[in-house]
Design a protein around this ligand. Structure first.
Ligand SMILES: [Zn+2]
Length: 237
């Protein structure tokens, strides 16, 4: 009798573990990318070929340059928990905070809201891939866990409509999340945000307000379809 009970317990535990693994795999397609991000954060110096380079073009003829150095760790439409859809790219510098430069991927007019410690947003009056449509480019996590900003002093809080060229230094990667006890890994979050009817940027946290960055960089950056290993973008041309 006792042996049977143990056998049943083993079968039940095994089935639950299998079900759990299946759920994680099906709901969180980022699992493979996460292991790369963790390895990169721990041992970036061992994997120089994994890094994208700030200012580089990933493919000839595409409009955006890479906005920072590092591993393109998480993609647009990756999922970090059931039901979540990630609205941009997370690029991990592999350094401490305040060291890895962030540059403009495309020219436009920079805004920084008076309360923003870690983010800027750049108005692009005409989408290079859909001329006439206005879009916004959002760059965030440029502060330390306590909200000490790494944004360039050229763009103080309250900046509006300041014209910048592609490649302009915006600041440095940080790990600010708004919760000092739970900082993120050091990275840049970059997203392409749609305008509303009045021409204001929409809520970037909603994926339907953002665009798949793949065609703007010329490499697969859609979390649902891209492979785990993302191209380094060191020499696209
Ligand atoms: Zn992100």
């Amino acid at each position: 009798m006792r042996k049977n009970r143990i056998l049943i317990a083993v079968v039940v535990v095994g089935a639950l573990a299998g079900l759990g693994y299946f759920l994680i795999q099906s709901l969180l397609p980022t699992t493979g990318r996460s292991s790369r991000v963790i390895e990169w954060i721990r041992h970036a110096q061992d994997h120089p070929d994994w890094a994208a380079r700030a200012g580089s073009l990933c493919a000839p003829g595409t409009p955006f340059v890479m906005p920072t150095d590092g591993l393109i760790g998480y993609l647009w439409d990756d999922s970090f928990r059931p039901g979540h859809r990630h609205s941009g790219l997370d690029i991990f510098g592999g350094t401490e905070v305040g060291l890895t430069p962030v540059v403009a991927a495309y020219p436009g007019y920079l805004w920084r809201e008076p309360t923003w410690k870690s983010a800027v947003i750049v108005r692009v009056p005409s989408d290079p891939l859909e001329p006439g449509r206005q879009i916004w480019l959002y760059y965030t996590h440029m502060a330390d866990p306590y909200g000490n900003s790494f944004i360039s002093s050229d763009f103080p809080a309250g900046t509006t409509e300041k014209y910048i060229e592609a490649g302009t230094l915006l600041g440095y990667q940080g790990n600010y999340t708004g919760d000092a006890a739970n900082p993120s890994g050091v990275h840049l979050h970059f997203s392409i945000v749609l305008s509303d009817q009045e021409g204001n940027y929409t809520n970037e946290l909603e994926i339907r307000n953002t665009l798949d960055p793949s065609p703007y960089f010329g490499i697969p950056l859609n979390g649902k379809t891209a492979p785990d290993e993302i191209a380094g973008c060191e020499n696209g041309d």
